[in-house]
Ligand binder design. Sequence first.
Ligand SMILES: Cc1cc2nc3c(=O)[nH]c(=O)nc-3n(C[C@H](O)[C@H](O)[C@H](O)COP(=O)(O)OP(=O)(O)OC[C@H]3O[C@@H](n4cnc5c(N)ncnc54)[C@H](O)[C@@H]3O)c2cc1C
Length: 400
Amino acid sequence: MTAPCIIIGASHAAAQLSLNVRQQGWQGDIIVIGQESFLPYQRPPLSKTFLSGEKTVEDLLIKPESAYEKANVSFRLNTQVVEIDRQNKTVTLNNGDMLEYAKLALCTGATANPLPILGANLKGVHYLRNAHDAIALKSDISSKKHAVIIGGGFIGLEAAAALRQKAMHVTILEAQDAILQRVVSPEVAAFFTQLHESFGVVIRPNSIATSFEGSEAVTAVTCNNGEKIPADVVIIGIGVTPETRLAEQSGLTVKNGIFVNEFAQTNDPDIVAAGDCASYFHEIYQTDIRIESIQNALEQSKSAAASMNNKQIAFSSNIPRFWSDQYDIKLQICGVIDGYDAVEIEQDLEKRVLNALYFRKEKLIAAIAVNNPAWLTKVQPFIKNGEPVNNELIESMRQK
Ligand SMILES: Cc1cc2nc3c(=O)[nH]c(=O)nc-3n(C[C@H](O)[C@H](O)[C@H](O)COP(=O)(O)OP(=O)(O)OC[C@H]3O[C@@H](n4cnc5c(N)ncnc54)[C@H](O)[C@@H]3O)c2cc1C
């Protein structure tokens, strides 16, 4: 009997990958091993509708249990893989069990960066990476009034919007001189600053939390200027680190992520990786890249499933897409703005519109749209083709 296909991480990528491996012809067992207690669920709502609404984690499941049963995919939840032995093609679990594999997929995602300052263990201090975090946060905010969010990235801003909908006082501490610096240009960051301020959020740039105050539960956050901001809830959203420990321990190539080729294969032909944990060389951007988005997890898992069945589907020339929902706004980003040297932008906060085009060496490399998905979809092929700056493209931005 052939050894099974094993997927590590009951993740977004794993949901797609496990079913695709079967669809593409895998005959043997498929086992997904996840350290959380849930079947794969959607993380994006955790900082959006899950926080502000009535949904349960069961409502967020990517597929119902029956879909996996039908495809004969089995799960071992609440179980961590602690070691990979590539020589003997086995994985060791935290309960001591050892499982053989014929093909292995690493879908281990990413882990929230910790903020190890004084008071970090106080009640009321939260991270927001997984459903367990979100359940704890949601139950805490039901009785609280003052939130301080550390980090003005997407998670922090989405959480701010959700907490404002619950009429909480919200302050965002941002270490840089503007929010969203890693992913958008200053003009777009300014648009989102104004948006949040118009909803009553206080944004404090150049502010670094130095300690959390309180004896049992948090009562305030002390900043680098010595000021104490009252808080009965704190959310730390200061980025994530790809979960690459198993890959490193087993000698796979890791470059800010488990490094894969265009078919999601690592440097071991029997091991693939997909999702937030994987990095790759992007043909269009001519650089190594690691993307944290659903679209990326889904596309890489299709390629990974093909590779596990000894077929080839390339994902690597796809243009990254990402979205974020805040209040009545849907922000969408297509491409990567890193290294842009020119930008064309059209915006109106009151009308809730913003369209932006980013160029490098006179070629289109990325576009950002607020509440304008049709335009972004139209522009996407031009990014793929590295379209030179032209008036028609710029004009398209102005017609809504
Ligand atoms: C709050 C939040 C909001 C987001 N919003 C958006 C959005 O609006 N748009 C968007 O495109 N993306 C968004 N993202 C990002 C998106 O959710 C991720 O890109 C996507 O979930 C990545 O999926 P993945 O398959 O790589 O891994 P994940 O879904 O992160 O899952 C990895 C799983 O592997 C498990 N694991 C790790 N190591 C082991 C081990 N050794 N043994 C067993 N299990 C292990 C982890 O516990 C985890 O359950 C958001 C993420 C978060 C947290």
